[in-house]
Ligand binder design. Structure first.
Ligand SMILES: [Zn+2]
Length: 491
């Protein structure tokens, strides 16, 4: 727990007299949202005390932050983000089929390791700026060992907590015919990295190695070899896309496929799972998820916009399945978790209102509160990523991943309930301080570790280089070819 003392990484931090938004234990389970005024003491990388306001004495050399006009909350846990994709942009109007044709088969193939470095760095800093302190990073640009090394380097430099899930294979190796061959590049790199420190990529465990594996069922002879190897080498969590919609059947029903292959376990996170809301899904698939302890990473904003199918965020809550939120791609949605919380909650409310209205009735109350969405983005995410014993709430013994909101800001000044404020009114502009692993990474509204203007310059330069490597018309041609080849019925 000891660490060297520096202005941004003091040996201890006392958060004095803030409005603490977290959860209390009920029947031994940390789950009930709770807001009350408190002091919070951080020593080293951990939360070591919480007590009545102005009751804790700061240790010698402690950084003391007066939180009288601040909210103290756990950092967001993003369960599904392709961090590197901050290097690409302009995909906001795409459908899912467009994304597969244009990004996976063209744009991503032109991203170099140098581009990955700056995309990953910018993506991590964007997360921190918005109060996201931990991510499950589905890194599907692992085109070479160098790409993987650069993503790791940038993540470590940023200060973000990351479960960096390296995709194996990286991207489809051919389009005609569609093919995604397992490449030994990723396997050998993962083996080497995992051997260094049992899956840890930093000595403090802030960045760890995971696996992204979308091949399940497409390449059955390889599935068991790769998943078993990952588990043997402590490369977890293991994350995979599972989506609905009429055109991506090979990427749906993943829980069932993994179970049939004997590979479903509590170290797996399926992103989206919008196929579970589709016709043809029966409750047995939900039960597989609940029983196995596997988690769901819902990204409701782009799920709604791109045609993944209906978000199942609250369907998971109702069935006791672990579920968190994510933003998915910076080129499609905001990098902040605030919209993700709003989309999840308002989609559920809209659905419930419609069910009632279809029977000529109205709901007397909304069933789910703002606090439920806050939980999804914090403790729920930690549960889905199987790391709730370490992060996701402000409790003694947990790692100090904490956000301080400016409760006097233009957005928040007249908001009494921090859960409602954080979910419905806050933006990254209200995120004043961010602490990861006991280290201050955003202070008084500014990122500490990197000078953003320098990152932005390099980001724009490299992004321009990527765009120059292909023609815009190639994207459209590839999309039309994909539609024709798979005889997709489009309207
Ligand atoms: Zn994704």
């Amino acid at each position: 727990m000891s660490k060297s003392s520096s202005p941004n990484q003091p040996s201890s931090i006392l958060l004095r007299n803030g409005l603490l938004a977290t959860f209390t234990k009920k029947d031994g389970v940390t789950t009930t949202p709770s807001a009350h005024r408190a002091d919070v003491l951080i020593q080293g990388d951990k939360i070591t005390a919480t007590d009545k306001p102005r009751s804790l004495d700061p240790p010698d050399e402690a950084l003391v932050i007066d939180c009288t006009d601040k909210w103290i909350a756990p950092g967001f846990v993003d369960t599904h983000r392709h961090v590197w994709m901050s290097i690409v942009s302009g995909h906001e109007d795409w459908t899912l089929a467009e994304y597969v044709a244009k990004l996976s088969f063209i744009a991503a193939l032109h991203v170099t390791a140098e581009d990955v470095y700056i995309g990953e760095l910018a993506g991590c800093l964007q997360a921190l700026h918005g109060g996201t302190t931990a991510v499950v990073d589905h890194f599907h640009c692992s085109n070479s060992a160098n790409h993987i090394e650069k993503a790791i380097q940038a993540t470590i430099e940023s200060g973000l907590r990351s479960m960096l899930c390296v995709s194996c294979p990286s991207l489809p190796s051919s389009f005609e015919p569609p093919h995604a061959q397992i490449s030994e590049i990723q396997i050998e790199t993962l083996k080497t990295l995992a051997a260094k420190d049992k899956g840890r990529l930093t000595p403090d465990g802030r960045v760890t190695l995971g696996l992204a594996y979308d091949m399940q069922g497409l390449n059955p002879t390889e599935d068991e070899r790769i998943i078993s190897l990952a588990r043997e080498l402590n490369i977890t969590p293991i994350t995979a896309h599972s989506v609905g919609g009429p055109h991506l059947k090979a990427y749906s029903k993943k829980a069932r496929l993994w179970n049939e292959a004997g590979l479903l376990a509590d170290d797996v996170i399926f992103s989206h799972c919008t196929d579970l809301g589709h016709k043809g899904c029966d409750e047995s698939e939900w039960e597989l998820l609940r029983k196995s302890g596997a988690g769901i990473a819902a990204t409701p904003e782009d799920e709604l916009g791109m045609g993944h199918g209906e978000p199942v965020t609250y369907e998971a809550i109702k069935r006791g399945v672990k579920v968190g939120l994510g933003i998915d791609c910076a080129s499609i949605t905001s990098t902040e978790m605030f919209p993700a919380m709003r989309f999840a909650l308002q989609h559920e409310r809209g659905r419930a209102h419609k069910v009632a209205a279809d029977e000529d009735k109205a709901l007397k109350y909304n069933a789910f509160t703002a606090a439920s969405a806050f939980r999804l983005a914090t403790l729920g995410g930690a549960e889905a990523a199987h790391i709730e014993s370490k992060i996701g709430s402000i409790e003694i013994g947990k790692l100090a991943d904490i956000v301080l909101y400016d409760a006097n800001s233009i957005n928040l000044a007249n908001i009494i309930d921090p859960f409602k404020g954080i979910v419905f009114h806050a933006t990254a502009a209200d995120v004043e301080w961010v602490i990861v692993n006991g280290e201050v990474v955003k202070k008084d509204g500014k990122l500490v570790r990197k000078e953003w203007n320098e990152v932005a310059k390099e980001l724009k330069r490299c992004a321009g280089n990527v765009r120059d490597r292909y023609k815009e018309s190639d994207l459209e041609a590839r999309y039309n070819a994909l539609i024709k080849q798979f005889e997709l019925q489009m309207v």
